[in-house]
Design a protein around this ligand. Structure first.
Ligand code: SAH
Length: 384
């Protein structure tokens, strides 16, 4: 897996339109890694999510809802049970963060439709920053039976602003594409150890990684481990605004959220350093994140322990994380697979293979985790 700094092979480098523009406009101090990620993923002209059909077998990577319809269906039933646990409110906001092609939501709504009263109570909100992805979602969800509405972020122009409706929030593989900062512990030229921050800069018209000293007053400093090994890297994901927006919403009405993503569950490591988990994926293969800006997906492991601590700080309850295999198993994925196979005998082998992939030990079944967040007075969320 070519996801560490040492794996950068300059021979592989591509002069993408975005690489050229970044080289021409690079500020003297370089771009903080988080800004580089944001531009690579969401630049209106050259951003990865705005340029290509990224998801699916023909794209760069495949996600759980694209592997098996059972994934979205079970999440739809999860949402319906959660809605009933909220007292089956006659109107609530169903919010999906980063809906991709809209497949998860289409499967979820179809499955949950069988629960009386659910569909007519749904106010659907899709939080999607990419206009290209919105088009795909509009196509997939054209016949889903509920009105579609979009917002760019859950934070500022969130659809829930001023709303006192209960909310159910779903997010699969959304947190992993939020920008991150990386901070490294290393001996400087003066021989003393200190922390520095990863930036992207330019040298001889090529993008390069540089490390700039961490300022004394930097807000990350108090959060850094006290006795790290040399070259330890600590990552900070920009999840705080998302969690703050979720928490703000929970102060006005009951709320339940489900975050599924790949990442580590029980703390980064004994040293408190996660290591470099930033990865670039293009055509189902890993490459260094500077190789082809705008043409590769960039993502990083989600630190579920840090996320859970942040949620708890806001006074919300946390359920899980459970591994994806545990979560889907408790929701009945095996039974759902049996039903799907019985009603599509010609596709039984493909259905079985898809579901096996979602729950594979050592693969998606354990690398992916499900974390529930809820208003403290709600009961524990299903499957967690
Ligand atoms: N949930 C989908 C897609 C995951 S890919 C699935 O499981 O198949 C990530 C999705 O999040 C894409 O739709 C991408 O355009 C969107 N996205 C990425 N960064 C975002 C951001 N900062 N704000 C809103 N949406 C974002």
């Amino acid at each position: 897996m070519a996801d560490t700094l040492s794996d950068y092979d300059p021979a592989e480098r591509r002069s993408t339109p975005l690489a050229i523009r970044l080289c021409e406009t690079m500020p003297p101090e370089g771009l903080p890694l988080a800004d580089y990620m944001r531009v690579c993923l969401l630049d209106p002209e050259h951003g990865y999510y705005n340029r290509r059909s990224v998801l699916g077998r023909d794209g760069d990577f495949i996600t759980a809802p694209e592997i098996s319809q059972a994934f979205g269906e079970l999440i739809g039933l999860w949402a319906a049970v959660t809605w009933r646990q909220m007292g089956a409110p006659s109107a609530f906001d169903l919010i999906e963060l980063g809906p991709g092609r809209g497949t998860l939501m289409a499967d979820a709504l179809r499955a949950a439709h069988r629960v009386p009263g659910f569909t007519s109570a749904v106010n659907l909100h899709l939080v999607e920053a990419s206009p290209r992805m919105r088009e795909l979602q509009r196509e997939t969800l054209a016949d889903c039976g509920v009105a579609l509405a979009w917002a760019d972020t859950i934070c500022d122009d969130a659809p829930h602003a001023g709303s006192a409706r209960p909310a159910i929030i779903l997010a699969n593989e959304f947190l992993d594409c939020l920008p991150i900062d990386q901070v490294r512990w290393k001996r400087g030229t003066d021989g003393a150890f200190d922390w520095s921050v990863r930036h992207v800069s330019v040298d001889k018209a090529e993008l390069i990684d540089i490390w700039v000293p961490l300022l004394d007053g930097d807000p990350h400093r108090p959060l850094l481990p006290s006795n790290p090994p040399e070259c330890a890297i600590v990552e900070f994901a920009h999840t705080a605004p998302v969690i703050a927006a979720v928490a703000a919403r929970a102060t006005v009405a009951p709320l339940a959220a489900l975050f599924i993503d790949y990442g580590y569950g029980a703390g980064s490591s004994a040293t408190g350093a996660s290591g470099d988990t930033l990865q670039a994926v293009r055509a189902h293969a890993y490459e260094h994140p500077l190789t082809a800006p705008g043409l590769a997906d960039l993502s990083a492991h989600v630190d579920f322990a840090a996320l859970a601590r942040d949620v708890a700080r806001h006074g919300l309850a946390v359920d899980g994380p459970a591994t994806q295999a545990e979560f889907l198993g408790r929701l009945g994925i095996v039974e759902r697979a049996a039903k799907l196979m019985a009603s599509n005998p010609g596709k039984a082998a493909a259905i079985e293979a898809g579901i096996a992939r979602l729950i594979a030990p050592g693969g998606m079944g354990t690398r992916f985790k499900a974390l529930g967040i809820r208003s403290p007075d709600l009961t524990r969320l299903p499957g967690l």
